[in-house]
Design a protein around this ligand. Structure first.
Ligand code: CO8
Length: 263
């Protein structure tokens, strides 16, 4: 069947096992409109269900990962409309994908853009990246999970500072605070290159084990420690029923590379 055509995103295959999704509303600094999110959810969901894909990379432009939700689309919205139509509810679908998504952030990741990065599993930043939750300047608060996910990642005082002052932080601060796993070297396109390389590494592993790894790490944000440890152990036990466990450990013993069949 023909691949879907999109207006607000570009979808490519930089490697057989990796799907790259680029937000593509350059004139609006990739402001997140409903139409854009619909396309983004569709493209990522297709990749998530494609057996040949091991990991996804999500990026924006050099100037902006995404400058937030589309303010022009929101400005005349009423409470009744937002409530009845569950405004923003579907925007969290990215956090429910089974396969890993790596955010490659250059430039502005503000408001919904910062929240979108936080929904991804790994965040790589270019030295130009700027993160922030400026909603307070618009008379509102974060609505895409920023207050909750930031509090989990950087703690109360730093989250309060960002949410209540609306100040942006640099890539370096975001790295020190743990929002990003690392800041990559300078240069146009470097963050996407590094993210694709990382996605290729992940795509070379057993998809069953990768999915299990993502699931158990995410459980740490939902469960108590005792429940989480038990859940991890049960999933670990379950992996002994897979061909990839047999192959991975046999390959180690035979001093050769494993040939995972994702089964
Ligand atoms: N929405 C709509 N249009 C935008 C947005 C936005 N968030 N950001 C930038 N644009 C547009 C500008 O209006 C401008 O369009 P035009 O040329 O037609 O006037 C174009 O993009 C370029 O922007 P600027 O001229 O302002 O570019 P600068 O380089 O001067 O400034 C900034 C860049 C600092 C990023 C600036 O554009 C800015 O402050 N943008 C708004 C940032 C913001 O407040 N973001 C938060 C939005 S609220 C939100 O995200 C709620 C979260 C909802 C949950 C989402 C779940 C994932």
């Amino acid at each position: 069947s023909e691949a879907p055509q999109y207006e607000n995103i570009l979808v490519s295959r930089p490697d057989p096992g990796v799907v790259l999704v680029q937000l593509n509303r350059p004139k609006a600094l990739n402001a997140l409109s409903s139409a854009l999110f619909k396309e983004l959810n569709e493209a990522l969901s297709i990749a998530d269900q494609d057996d040949s894909v091991g990991a996804m990379v999500l990026t924006g432009s050099e100037k902006a990962f995404a400058a937030g939700a589309d303010i022009k689309e929101m400005k005349d919205k009423t409470f009744a409309d937002a409530y009845k139509n569950k405004f923003l509810e579907s925007w969290g679908e990215i956090a429910r994908l089974r396969k890993p998504v790596i955010a490659a952030v250059s430039g502005y990741a503000l408001g919904g853009g910062c929240e979108l990065a936080l929904m991804c599993d790994i965040v790589l930043a270019s030295p130009t990246a700027k993160f922030g939750q400026p909603e307070i300047n618009l008379g509102v608060i974060p609505g895409g999970g920023g207050s909750q996910r930031l509090a989990q990642v950087i703690g109360k005082s730093r989250t309060m500072e960002l949410v209540l002052t609306g100040r942006n932080i640099t890539a370096k601060e975001a790295e020190n605070w743990g929002i990003v796993s690392r800041v990559v070297g300078e240069g146009e396109g470097q963050v996407v290159k590094d993210a694709v390389e990382m996605a290729k590494v992940i795509a070379s592993k057993s998809q069953v084990a990768v999915q299990a790894g993502k699931e158990v790490v995410n459980a740490a944000y939902e469960l108590t420690l005792a429940e989480g440890l038990r859940f991890e152990r049960r999933i670990f036990h379950g992996l002994f029923a897979t061909n990839d466990q047999k192959e991975g450990m046999a390959a180690f013993a035979e001093k050769r590379k494993p040939n995972f069949t994702h089964s």
